[in-house]
Design a binder for this molecule. Sequence first.
Ligand SMILES: *[C@@H]1O[C@H](CO)[C@@H](O)[C@H](O)[C@H]1NC(C)=O
Ligand SMILES: *[C@@H]1O[C@H](CO)[C@@H](O)[C@H](O)[C@H]1NC(C)=O
Ligand SMILES: *[C@@H]1O[C@H](CO)[C@@H](O)[C@H](O)[C@H]1NC(C)=O
Length: 135
Amino acid sequence: MNIMSMDIIIIFVFAVICAGLVEGTCPSTCSCGDDSSGSRINCYSKYLGYIPALPNDTYRLDLQYNNITEIDVQLCKEMPQLHTIYISYNLIIEIPKITFADCEQLYFIHLQYNKIRSLESNTFVNMTNLYYLTG
Ligand SMILES: *[C@@H]1O[C@H](CO)[C@@H](O)[C@H](O)[C@H]1NC(C)=O
Ligand SMILES: *[C@@H]1O[C@H](CO)[C@@H](O)[C@H](O)[C@H]1NC(C)=O
Ligand SMILES: *[C@@H]1O[C@H](CO)[C@@H](O)[C@H](O)[C@H]1NC(C)=O
């Protein structure tokens, strides 16, 4: 094998590793665990002002006691396996209808102790598995 193709292989391996890192890592301020269901992310009381980038296999997400003002991502487009989300004790004012689009797996949403003024009808319409919503 000549030097040239070695270089190409090294670049390729490096690119694969980088892609893996971008794909989803534990935010540095949070603690995370993995099991056969995916990732569990714990960002309880971390002074977060927004939802950080999270692994796409996250199924349990704890964001309680932060200063999050909006849910600015389509949670389940980014995390299709999301099952449980704790986002109580934050500063959320509104929840756009699109927030929970594609959330068929979502089972528990804990939203209490926020500053939500109003909710559009149909916000939770397609969530056939939703079992427990507190707010
Ligand atoms: C949230 O913000 C308030 C006011 O800026 C601050 O006093 C409080 O410690 C913050 N709490 C968290 C958990 O970030
Ligand atoms: C996460 O992203 C990777 C790479 O794009 C993909 O192969 C995997 O299926 C995704 N996982 C989920 C749960 O979406
Ligand atoms: C609910 O699902 C239907 C059918 O897939 C879709 O047309 C509609 O836009 C969805 N509504 C929301 C709020 O996601």
